[in-house]
Design a protein around this ligand. Structure first.
Ligand code: NAD
Ligand code: UDP
Length: 316
């Protein structure tokens, strides 16, 4: 084991939105980072600035195929997160969630590494308990268009807890709620990037369904702090909700984005995709009480920083 500030850390999915922020933070903290990513939904552009760093290494690899490295910690983030991306090749998404997790758990078990799993609020499905606590078992369709991701991530949680029970593996399972911020892809398909890009171009804002479904949006810096605080906590193994409990409907979000950007965009209404959850808000009491973590950046400030990021992208 390396010293506290000089660990060897594997980040799967490190070229994605959250993974690239996590790599930045771990490198800034003095660690050695190995980023493994298939580039399915991520891009080398997001880690371009790290490629020549002496403590950073990138390997293009798909986690559904086992590989061996010796590290102290593993953050398992590999998996497309935008519904458009994960529904693009649903069978591969299930393989990534399940076989990918299994491969990383096998690796962690072999080398004695601590392992973090990026689980998701999607494991609650379309929740009939609101807000969602970690004790809620969820309401998930096993055969719908979101199931490759939802059930894949649920099965990954099962594997993590069986490795803990069977092998005493040091596991950390976080259920991440909708996160946004600089670094999202322009064509990512998720609501925050869609609305901002549409507003900046004065294109119609696409509201799916009647826009009364809700989500709770966490700014990426807050989330990354939460992940790292959790990983470094001695006892809590999770599952723990990480997200911002401030909840908005998609109509409210569109209104905020239009006001912030001064856009002339109108709203257009499109069909609601199958199994789209009606509501979503984390109860973060566990993270607050045990980790002492809570998000500090609220939606207007976070959206402003994200708008500036997309404005700068447009200028390039
Ligand atoms: P993302 O799609 O931007 O990043 C995922 C990364 O994983 C990409 O770089 C992609 O190329 C890589 N990847 C996908 N399949 C792979 C495979 N089989 N092998 C190797 N690499 C693979 O998504 P994100 O928003 O950065 O999400 C990261 C993780 O966090 C995911 O596991 C996701 O389920 C979880 N999560 C994210 C959110 C969110 O709001 N961003 C919410 C809940 C959970
Ligand atoms: N959504 C929308 N317009 C868009 C993209 C998404 O109204 O252009 C809605 C989508 O139907 C969902 C919510 O916004 O109800 C959040 O969608 P996202 O894909 O960001 O995340 P998830 O559904 O996985 O929470």
């Amino acid at each position: 084991m390396h010293s506290k500030n000089n660990k060897r850390i594997l980040v799967t999915g490190g070229a994605g939105f959250l993974g690239s922020h996590l790599c930045n933070r771990l490198i800034a903290d003095g660690h050695h980072v190995l980023c493994v990513d298939s580039l399915f939904s991520g891009s080398k552009d997001s880690i371009e600035h790290l490629l020549n760093h002496k403590n950073f290494k990138f390997i293009q690899h798909d986690v559904i195929t086992p590989f061996f490295v010796d590290v102290d910690e593993i953050y398992n983030l590999a998996c497309p997160a935008s519904p458009i991306d994960y529904q693009n090749d649903p069978i591969h998404t299930t393989k990534t969630c399940v076989i990918g997790a299994l491969n990383m758990l096998e690796l962690a078990n072999r080398i004695g590494a601590k392992i973090f799993q990026a689980s998701t609020s999607e494991i609650y499905g379309s929740p009939d308990e609101h807000p969602q606590r970690e004790t809620y078992w969820g309401n998930v369709n096993s055969i719908g268009i979101r199931s490759c991701y939802d059930e894949g991530k649920r099965c990954a949680e099962t594997l993590f807890f069986d490795y803990w029970r069977e092998h005493k593996l040091d596991i950390k399972v976080a259920r991440i709620f909708n996160t946004y911020g600089p670094g999202m892809k322009e064509n990512d398909g998720r609501v925050v990037s869609n609305f901002i890009v549409q507003a900046l171009n004065n294109h119609p804002i696409t509201i799916y369904g009647d826009g009364n479904q809700s989500r709770s949006f966490c700014y990426v810096d807050d989330l990354i702090k939460g992940i790292i605080t959790f990983m470094n906590h001695d006892e809590l193994r999770g599952p723990v909700n990480l997200g911002n409990p401030n909840e908005f409907t998609m109509l409210q979000l569109a209104d905020k984005v239009i006001k912030l950007t001064g856009s002339k965009s109108d709203l257009i209404f499109k069909d609601l995709p199958g199994d789209d959850p009606k509501q979503r808000r984390p109860d973060i009491s566990l993270a607050k009480d045990v980790l002492g973590w809570a998000p500090s950046i609220q939606i207007n400030e976070g959206l402003e920083m994200t708008v500036v990021y997309f404005q700068n992208l447009k200028k390039i």
